[in-house]
Design a protein around this ligand. Structure first.
Ligand code: PAF
Length: 288
């Protein structure tokens, strides 16, 4: 397995793979890998086959963190990530530097952004106004560097996956986006690098999100008619905030592909929620 930090080296390798007629599968990550990421790697391998090449990027992208967010607290362990990638059969890890990705000199600072203007307004976008601009920009850059035929994203970041799909469509990137199901711990907590920050009695409180999802799924499946989104939201909020350290940021019900909010919730609607457990912000979502 190769570990590349230079943008030019990665791009040349990708071009060489293309000349050799190999399909490139790509898993973009911010590192601190867990089983959920590894399942994306296996999925990428399946999609490109034995002759194909699988690349994983490991880059904690500063532009998707707000000024008051946890960039410095974001967990990192490149050595362990490299071991996990090697064991999972990754061909190349691309781990660029901030200076490489966002060059800033005396005469020219980085100044080109990719902005999606519809799907990114609500939910994560409302709570984190500059977040998706950072995500679409870095993902577009990574696509231009790794030149994938298929890129695999996790469904845990449902809105992110929808926005990337829209960007790929709108900007005619020649690749397919594959969205893989959320990996969960045995008690239902969605796997996330941020779970590391759930220490002591915060960890058991974090199943509040899964609890809310299951409750909503059950309410919808037994309801005789569509439920009021406002009422269901209040009920779920109460359920979550019974835990002393859990505080709801948002609970939204929407149509899964357009992300358009619904006021009546019935089977097939999608639920997404963000909850602070202590100071750690967790997100999750599911089809109802
Ligand atoms: O989902 C993530 O880990 C990040 O948002 C991504 C897609 C790697 C971009 O930095």
């Amino acid at each position: 397995m190769r570990n590349i930090s230079s943008i030019a080296t990665m791009q040349n390798l990708a071009l060489q793979w293309k000349r050799e007629g190999r399909r490139i599968g790509f898993v973009p990550t911010m590192g601190y890998l867990h089983e959920g990421h590894i399942s994306l790697v296996h999925r990428a391998r399946k999609l490109v086959g034995k002759r194909g090449r699988v690349a994983v990027s490991i880059y904690v992208n500063p532009t998707q963190f707000g000024p008051k967010e946890d960039l410095s607290k974001y967990p990192r362990d490149l050595r362990r990530d490299l071991q996990l990638c090697r064991a999972a059969g990754v061909d190349t890890v691309f781990a660029p530097t901030d200076a490489g990705m966002y060059p800033h000199t005396e005469t020219a600072a980085y100044s080109t952004w990719v902005i999606e203007e519809q799907l990114s307004r609500e939910m994560e976008g409302r709570s984190r106004p500059t977040h998706f601009r950072g995500v679409t920009t870095v993902v577009a850059k990574l696509f231009n560097i790794v030149l994938p035929d298929v890129a695999v994203f996790g469904a845990k970041d449902w809105q992110q996956a929808a926005i990337i799909q829209r960007m790929v469509h709108d900007l005619n990137f020649p690749l397919t986006i594959d969205v893989a199901p959320t990996h969960r711990e045995s008690d239902g907590l969605a796997m996330s690098s941020r779970n590391k920050n759930l220490v002591g009695n915060l960890r058991p409180q974090a199943i509040a999100l899964w609890d809310a999802i299951q409750t909503a799924q059950q309410r919808v499946s037994t309801a005789k008619q569509p439920l009021s989104a406002a009422t269901l939201r209040k009920q779920l909020q109460r359920l979550i905030e019974q835990r002393p350290d859990a505080r709801v940021d948002y609970i939204e019900f929407f149509e899964p592909s357009t992300l358009r909010a619904v006021t009546k919730v019935s089977r097939g609607a999608h639920l997404a929620l963000a909850v602070f457990v202590g100071t750690t912000r967790l997100i999750d979502n599911a089809r109802l």
